[in-house]
Design a protein around this ligand. Structure first.
Ligand SMILES: Nc1ncnc2c1ncn2[C@@H]1O[C@H](COP(=O)(O)OP(=O)(O)OP(=O)(O)O)[C@@H](O)[C@H]1O
Ligand code: SF4
Ligand SMILES: [Mg+2]
Length: 316
């Protein structure tokens, strides 16, 4: 980590219009991603992780707020300027199968971004060979089709394609969740190796904290569209300040091999609706420490920019 900011997110909000009313998927979120780091984004299903990842990559438009990359405001770009900016940021999906065109060969899939950006043909071959080698795809696989590959091999293809244009930022959205546990470590190791050789910055989305622990430098915890806590992985895993972070960790059995299922504290209660989020602290309906203030006053993140901090009136 060199300590300079690659991505700056300011007051980013995304609401979806639904039959039941406005759904606040990401609600006034501000934080930074440092160049060369892995920032893990964690939280329960539906808290807005994928929406936030897609907003960063400008795959969906924001309702309000802004995203800066290397000082350039992505949220203000249009047309060709946006297309060029897209080279610098890529997405690796959870399910590589559904994101790979079944009618195309692996060669054609990996080199698709090179064709889209009109990289000369002779260079394409060299880049392709390097990508295959660096992601552990044997040359003979290049003429095969996605269905002829295993899940792990397909994820290597998804990663190779994401690397083709030498992006600065990769959003990995649950990149190993669909894979067998035995294959997960291989892909995580690959992502780790590629990070240094390609000078990558990762936003690593996962609901699995044991996976996050493996490679995160910092962790951002979300609940119902808001940041609960952000901080170094060391700090978050050893001294969480926000009760929600604490319960997420306590509910992750693999973190402590001596812990039995009986010892695990469970995170009770239903996740409230993002259409009608609770007043005050959004976690108050599930928080054992909730007081009157929590029901009426929304806690603010202790650092405005969100390098590290928490949003709780009564931190642990
Ligand atoms: N296109 C859409 N239209 C309406 N609502 C949406 C849309 N996309 C996402 N949502 C809603 O926004 C909220 C956040 O969804 P999102 O997919 O970002 O969550 P997530 O944290 O990635 O969940 P998971 O862990 O299940 O992948 C959810 O309530 C979801 O139903
Ligand atoms: S603000 Fe109150 S309800 Fe919210 S997490 Fe902190 S103690 Fe719990
Ligand atoms: Mg998701």
């Amino acid at each position: 980590m060199t300590g300079d900011v690659l991505v700056q997110v300011k007051n980013l909000t995304k609401s979806f219009r639904t039959g039941g009313g406005l759904l606040h998927a990401v609600d006034d979120v501000s934080f930074e991603i440092m160049r060369g780091e892995t920032l893990a984004l964690v939280g329960e299903s539906g808290c807005g992780k994928s929406t936030l990842g897609r907003l960063l990559l400008r795959l969906i438009p924001a309702t309000s707020g802004s995203v800066f990359m290397d000082g350039k405001e992505l949220t203000a770009l249009k047309g060709e300027a946006l297309r060029q900016a897209r080279k610098e940021m890529q997405l690796v999906f959870q399910d590589p199968y559904s994101s790979l065109d079944p009618r195309k060969t692996i060669r054609s899939i990996i080199s698709e971004p090179l064709r889209a950006f009109k990289i000369p043909k002779n260079e394409q071959e060299t880049i392709l060979a390097d990508l295959a080698e660096n992601t552990g795809i044997p040359q003979e696989f290049l003429n095969r089709y996605p269905h002829e590959l295993s899940g792990g091999q397909r994820q290597r293809v998804g990663i190779a394609r994401a690397l083709a244009l030498r992006p600065k930022l990769i959003v990995c959205d649950e990149p190993v969740s669909a894979l067998d546990v035995s294959i997960q470590a291989q892909i995580l190791n690959l992502l780790n190796d590629l990070q240094s050789s390609y000078a990558l910055t990762y936003l690593f989305i996962s609901h699995d904290l044991s996976v996050v622990r493996y490679l995160a430098n910092r962790v951002l915890v979300m609940f119902l569209g808001k940041i609960c806590e952000i901080g170094s992985a060391e700090e978050i895993f050893s001294h969480p300040h926000h009760p929600y972070t604490h319960f997420l960790l306590a509910a992750t059995p693999t973190l402590d091999p001596h812990q039995s299922v009986d010892d695990m504290e469970t995170l009770g209660g239903e996740i409230p609706s993002p259409i009608h989020p609770p007043s005050g602290c959004r976690f108050h309906t599930r928080c054992p420490y909730a007081c009157e203030k929590c029901r009426t006053e929304e806690p603010v993140l202790t650092t405005g920019e969100g390098t590290s901090g928490y949003a709780c009136h009564y931190p642990l």
